[in-house]
Design a protein around this ligand. Sequence first.
Ligand code: HEM
Length: 390
Amino acid sequence: MKTVFQSPVEPGFVQYPYAFYDTARTYGDLVYWDDYKKVTAVSHRAVQALLKDRRFGREVPAEMQRPGPAHLLPWLKIEAHSLLEAEPPRHTRLRALVMRAFTSRAIAALEPSVHELSHALIDRFPDTPFDLLDAFCTRVPVITICRLLGVPEEMSPDLLRWSHAMVAMYQASRTHKTEDAAAKAAEDFTAFLSEYIEKRRTDPRDDLITRLIAAEEDGEKLSRDELVATCILLLNAGHEATVHSLGNGVKTLLKLGIAPCAQTTDGLVEEILRYDPPLHMFTRYAYEEVDAFGHSFKRGDEVALLLGAANRDPAVWSEPNRFDSTRPIVTNTSFGGGLHFCVGAPLARLEMRIALVALFARCPNLRLTAEPEYSNTYHFHGLTRLMVQT
Ligand code: HEM
């Protein structure tokens, strides 16, 4: 297997990681990424196969589990009870509870609310240059997930602060300061939710938090720690990636001079997700000995899966580095695959479709006023700001 060297915080890579991916893919399905000290899947077929292979999973193998440093405990406690970090049977139980709120009917019913929200935000755009990421791309998903879960929208600024501090733990640029901030955010987020859940116990409504509280009261289905961790996961995952899918997408459309219209958006949304996804790398542990793509994995070995590289594989998409919203839709890897396939994919697609159509219909002269730059936050791939004028 070829060893490749690439710092994930190097400015050129942060701005355009796809050149490195293209080179890595020429060496085969798997490479050894020295900077991460991990075997890394870079082809579409390897990423897909390993995501779906039940001999691999996200949960740390029992014999490798360690208590973790004391200063991180509040953050680790959330992780330990998160559905994203669990494998069956715990994963099956938690995911089934959440999925009840994410049926296609339930998501389709959110359409009027996302439509109204997008237009209300556009109504408030200033005449002078402004950051679209802040004024629009962030607000559509964060307010939508608040409404779906049943958390007051006024909490959005706190939720964003806590979420950013917690997900920074997955970034290559992580430091001790990042860890302290993540632990503090996890503590504050837990305190808020614990109090809010108590308040909502006697105030049932037609929202996800009411259903999750009922599952907790049932005793068997959801523990108190799992209830808090599930709410936090949904609130964080419910906006972090959608914000940057919208931001990266609007940037690409403005650069290429493409304006979406209602008829073309399904293909356009898929192409935005394929071309410049917001999350580039997830990892898995091998749970047994596995021979795959010419490599022998031992139990406990970690493998990195590069979603961003799989999406540009010329074996699946012709001229993959060209943005083309008229391509036939082939399922891309931006939402993962297998057991942990993104719960929120239908919601994210709905938000993107409605928000993009509203934005370009209402702002036909939308233009960039500064060159957008990606943040140094790999494996996240999103803009620092998106300065525009209507
Ligand atoms: C464009 C936006 C989004 C992208 C690109 C995205 C991407 C992903 C990916 C790649 C995974 C799988 C991670 C893995 O396999 O290790 C995932 C899982 C997940 N996502 Fe999303 N996501 C998006 C939006 C959302 C939204 C809107 C929600 C919630 C409302 C959400 C909730 C979740 C949850 C709960 C999981 C964990 C599923 C499990 O472990 O079974 N995501 N997402």
